[in-house]
Design a binder for this molecule. Structure first.
Ligand code: NDP
Length: 448
């Protein structure tokens, strides 16, 4: 560990002891604490007033049983979580993840990251995250509906348009948000903006579906341009084939890049001609099939079992958009050996600390998740604004706001890094810029 400040070393040890068996949370906390060393030298009040101790402890953890009945009439039991991490600058905001790997530590790491990400957007939203170990894969629509209704029956007691506004994440798309919104409305008899990522017919925002992937590319473009580069003519590798990956592929292509690979949790496809996105959208969004089906209609493309091989494909820009810790040190070295110029994270924490070290020490431009993928939550906040106004902006209006927000995030993170003597380190800059706003609000609120 690179922490040098004794106070932060002791605090990190306490976090590890208090949150045993939660390595993803430890990893996320460690990275932020490392970035804050120069900040607390200049601002000892954040230690004296307990701000850093408070920020690593969730305000509230809600954990509940989710019983539901499958198509065979058998009772199934899952676990539900909502962690309301920090509300210093606005109502809790963050997605719901439905995936068998979900446990308290995953939700805690995601909720912690969300605090800084939401702050970076410049919009008034606090940090939270939730989910379940339910696996939507292979379930019928009616099973997914029964699960979502049961999940919302408990969650509805803890959320609200001015309290906590969940959205989607892995395994939670438009279908799941619709079922949960319907149940909330029925239970509470109110039509409010309690969830974002809603369908366009019942309060959703145009461009929310595209926002995380588009935002990732706007951020990457700003980072490239600041260094005299662009997407134009570049080969791009993107992992995943879900919401973030699909719309990152679309925008990267519009900006002049050629996306040659995508993946799912079974394997990856390589298409040297450039990915045919209409085909991927049909497979993943409509038919809910595996990515390997792509090669049945594209004989020039290759399918390879296993996920990590995707990082051995030669590319100029890599955008990991699947899941946490998908790029390890070995994969990072393979990317560097193949001449990668920029890596920007669409997924949350997809690069291990060792991988980030490899990128940074080899001069690769690196955009960390909490800055690079903030476009989704930023547009969710724009959806909240539209719901409050009972009004809808056009696609172009939302997209223009998103672009402006992503360019500001890059500029603010780069400026914070420079101000604290870490020029070019966007990881540190994003952590510092995100932290300062939340920390000052916490100081203003007193010990609460
Ligand atoms: P989706 O569920 O739409 O897609 C996830 C994709 O990642 C799928 O292709 C999935 O493959 C793959 N994947 C999931 N788990 C693994 C795994 N363990 N190993 C390899 N591949 C895996 O999710 P999103 O696109 O919404 O989310 C992707 C990432 O982006 C997540 O880290 C999420 O937290 C982050 N994110 C999402 C935002 C949003 O607005 N949606 C906002 C900000 C961040 P398979 O189908 O085989 O499971």
């Amino acid at each position: 560990m690179n922490l040098k400040n004794q106070y932060l070393i002791d605090l990190y040890d306490r976090v590890v002891k208090r949150n045993q068996g939660e390595p993803e949370f430890h990893q996320a906390v460690r990275e932020v604490l490392e970035s804050l060393e120069p900040v607390i030298e200049r601002h000892p009040e954040y230690i004296e007033r307990g701000v850093i101790d408070s920020i690593v402890e969730p305000e509230r953890i809600i954990k509940f049983r989710v019983p539901w009945v499958d198509d065979n009439g058998k009772v199934q039991i899952n676990r539900g979580f909502r962690i309301q991490f920090n509300s210093a600058i606005g109502p809790y905001k963050g997605g719901l993840r439905f995936h068998p790997s979900v446990y308290e530590g995953i939700i805690k790491f995601l909720g912690f990251e969300q605090i800084f990400k939401n702050s970076l957007t410049g919009l008034p939203i606090g940090g939270g995250k939730g989910g379940s170990d339910f696996d939507p894969k292979g379930k019928s629509d009616m099973e997914v509906m029964r699960f979502c209704q049961s999940f919302m029956t408990e969650l509805s007691k803890h959320i609200g348009a001015d309290t906590d506004v969940p959205a989607g994440d892995i395994g939670v798309g438009g279908r799941e948000i619709g079922f949960m919104y319907g149940q909330y409305k029925r239970l509470r008899n109110e039509f409010t903006g309690v969830l974002t990522g809603k369908g366009l017919t019942y309060g959703g925002s145009l461009a929310r579906t595209e926002a995380t992937g588009y935002g990732l590319c706007y951020f990457t473009d700003a980072m490239l341009k600041d260094n005299g580069k662009s997407f134009e003519g570049k080969t791009v590798v993107i992992s995943g084939s879900g919401n973030v990956a699909i719309y990152a592929t679309q925008k990267a292509t519009q900006l002049g890049g050629k996306v040659v690979a995508l993946s799912d949790s079974n394997g990856y496809i390589y298409d040297k001609n450039g990915i045919d996105l209409d085909c991927v959208k049909q497979l993943k969004e409509v038919e809910r099939k595996r990515i390997k089906e792509y090669v049945t209609t594209h004989p020039d493309a290759e399918y390879h079992e296993g996920c990590s091989g995707i990082w051995t494909i030669k590319c100029d820009i890599a955008l990991p958009c699947a899941t946490q810790n998908e790029i390890n040190e070995e994969s990072a070295k393979a990317l560097v050996a193949n001449g990668v110029e920029a890596v920007a994270e669409g997924a949350n924490m997809p690069s291990t600390p060792e991988a980030i070290e490899v990128f940074q020490s080899n001069g690769v431009l690196f955009g960390p998740a909490k800055a690079a993928n903030a476009g989704g939550v930023a547009t969710s906040a724009l959806e909240m604004s539209q719901n409050s106004m009972r009004y809808s902006w056009t696609f172009d209006e939302v997209d223009a706001k998103l672009k402006g927000i992503m360019e500001n995030i890059y500029a603010n993170a780069a400026a914070a890094a420079k101000e604290y003597g870490l020029e070019g380190n966007i990881v540190a800059g994003a952590n510092i810029a995100g932290f300062l706003k939340v920390a000052d609000a916490m100081l203003a609120h007193g010990v609460v």
